[in-house]
Structures are given as structure tokens and as C-alpha cells.
Design a protein around this ligand. Structure first.
Ligand code: NAP
Length: 282
């Protein structure tokens, strides 16, 4: 199976490295000539071009561009695709992508490999990025099962853990565990930067250690990606942000009222609940 990858950045580049290592021939298309040249030098693709006609020979094409250009990219790609080619994507939001791209190509399968780093671009591509990480496939009622199986095979080749759910369920779940954390982490950094006394902010920067490193990590990542999460998953993100604000208000009230027992009880609950999101499933 010949794989086509469009958008040779962190995700597309990392996928190319691993799929080539698994013996799949990889054809890459990206926006800039320099990226295409780097793709060959770094071993991300066997051939790379800025021209979508390179995808004529591909059996399965993975759209790894920013969310905002997925639809226009597939529209421009269609004339070059063989009729049985399968197209999938890696976008972090699924409902609008599946709704807009499925009518353009019957063999389209929405998907989201949930792996990343704070970096972006082809230089950030790395081997084994997807190993042990969730790879969510989000078919809808008319997605051909054979096409879903091919995307599943690719996810397994990347040694990811495959999950399947509806695009809507995906977007609501990732709002809680991925998109909301980006906004909380970003606002944490912004709140710290609002400290009025320069000597205090300087001291805080010197003292920041592992706790701040963990809680600020996702707020210090790729700004374009965070903006796209907010833009394309707006409804679910607003719902989770508003619940978060309610929780924050409850903490503020408890602290104002010196309700230390209530705070300790809440922290006991969150201490045990956390393990269901992280350690217990490993
Ligand atoms: P990235 O590192 O910025 O890579 C995107 C690449 O797409 C850029 O390097 C750019 O290549 C290329 N590109 C932009 N517009 C293009 C176009 N019109 N045609 C062809 N190529 C184009 O971003 P990323 O983190 O890999 O994210 C890519 C996708 O993965 C997004 O849809 C995102 O939602 C999804 N995703 C990201 C993460 C994450 O944590 N980073 C995780 C899961 C899924 P040039 O260098 O040629 O300009």
C-alpha cells in the first residue's frame, strides 16, 4: 500500500518516518519547497513535492495540514485520486472535518492520532511518536467499513491504541482532556505574567519547578494549533470552560469562607478521580 502524506509537519513528518520504517512507500506533499527537500533528507518520504499530482499513485492519503485548509486541500486533491483511494486526516477536531470532507470523497475516514509535542514543523518530526497513544477513528453512518479497516491497519502499524467513536463524542471528550487543558494552561501563564511587581515575577520565574513545568506545558505549545481547537471545537470548548469557571468559583468561595474541610474533601476526590484519566488505564 502506497501512502500519501499531505502537510509534512510534526504529525505528517512523524508518520512518514514510522511508516517508511515499516516498509510502506511514502509520497509527501507540503506547501514549501524547503520542507519537501527536508522530507527527503530526513527520511520522512521517498518522494516529496509541492504538487498534489504526486498523489496519483497513492492508495491511502493522510491529510496532516492545519484544520483550516483540510477541506480546500481535499477539493484540490480530488482530480488526482484513483477512484478507490482512501483519504483520512489527523485533525484534532472531528465533527466539522467529517461533515465537510465526507461529501467530497466517499472513501473519507476521519481520524485523530492523539500524540504531539510543544514543537511544530518538519524539524520536530520524530520516530515512535504514536506508540501506545490513542488513535481515534470517527466514522459516520455511510463510511465504508473497508476504508475504516485500512486506517485501522495504519494505526496498528504505528503501534497506536485504536479507538472508535462518533465525531461528536470525540469532540466533546477531547474538549475535556485536551482542548480545555490548553486554555487552562495558557491562562495560568497569562495570570502569572500579570503580576505587577517586576521583582516578584522575576523571582517566580527563577523558582518555577516541576509543578509549573507540568501545568504550563500544553499552554506553551503551538499557538496555531490551540487557536484551531478553539475555532473548530468552539461549542464543546465553551461548555467545558464554563463548567471549569464554575468549579473555580466554588474553590474561591471555599477559600474566602475559610472552608478548609470542604477544600480537603474536594482535593481527596480529585486525587482519586485523576487516576481514572491517567495511571489506571496504563
Ligand atoms: P505543523 O507541525 O505546523 O505541520 C503542519 C504542516 O502542514 C506545516 O509544516 C506545513 O508545511 C503544512 N501545510 C500548511 N498548509 C499547507 C497546505 N495548504 N498544503 C500542504 N501543506 C500545508 O502542525 P502539526 O502539529 O503537525 O498539525 C497538523 C495537523 O495535526 C493539524 O490538523 C492538527 O490538528 C493535527 N494534530 C496535531 C497534534 C499536535 O499535538 N501537534 C496532535 C494530533 C493532531 P510547510 O512547512 O510546507 O509550510
Amino acid at each position: 500500500m502506497k501512502i500519501g502524506i499531505i502537510g509534512l509537519g510534526l504529525i505528517g513528518g512523524s508518520m512518514g518516518l514510522d511508516l517508511r520504517a515499516q516498509g510502506f512507500p511514502v509520497l509527501g506533499v507540503s506547501r514549501r519547497a524547503q520542507t519537501c527537500q527536508q522530507a527527503i533528507e530526513l527520511g520522512v518520504a521517498d518522494q516529496a513535492s509541492m504538487d498534489l499530482s504526486l498523489m496519483t499513485d497513492a492508495d491511502l492519503i493522510v491529510l496532516c495540514t492545519p484544520l483550516a485548509v483540510m477541506e480546500s486541500t481535499l477539493a484540490a486533491l480530488r482530480p488526482y485520486l484513483s477512484s478507490d483511494a482512501i483519504v483520512t486526516d489527523v485533525g484534532s477536531v472531528k465533527e466539522p472535518v467529517v461533515r465537510h470532507l465526507s461529501p467530497l470523497w466517499p472513501n473519507f475516514v476521519g481520524a485523530h492520532p492523539m500524540a504531539g509535542t510543544a514543537e511544530s514543523g518538519i524539524e520536530a518530526a520524530q520516530r515512535d511518536l504514536f506508540v501506545g497513544r490513542p488513535y481515534v477513528i470517527t466514522p459516520h453512518s455511510t463510511t465504508p467499513p473497508d476504508a475504516v479497516q485500512k486506517v485501522r491497519d495504519i494505526a496498528i502499524a504505528l503501534r497506536a491504541k485504536v479507538y472508535e467513536c462518533s465525531p461528536k463524542a470525540h469532540d466533546r471528550a477531547v474538549a475535556w482532556i485536551s482542548h480545555l487543558p490548553v486554555m487552562i494552561s495558557a491562562t495560568l501563564i497569562a495570570a502569572c505574567m500579570s503580576e505587577e511587581k517586576p521583582e516578584i515575577i522575576e523571582l517566580a520565574q527563577q523558582l518555577a519547578s516541576s509543578g509549573f513545568r507540568d501545568t504550563s506545558r500544553v499552554g506553551g505549545g503551538n499557538p496555531e494549533l490551540g487557536m484551531m481547537m478553539a475555532r473548530f471545537n468552539r461549542t464543546e470548548l465553551l461548555r467545558s470552560l464554563s463548567c471549569y469557571r464554575d468549579q473555580l468559583d466554588l474553590f474561591i468561595d471555599d477559600i474566602k469562607q475559610e472552608n478548609w474541610l470542604a477544600i480537603e474533601a474536594k482535593l481527596k476526590n480529585t486525587q482519586s478521580a485523576r487516576s481514572f484519566f491517567v495511571e489506571k488505564k496504563d
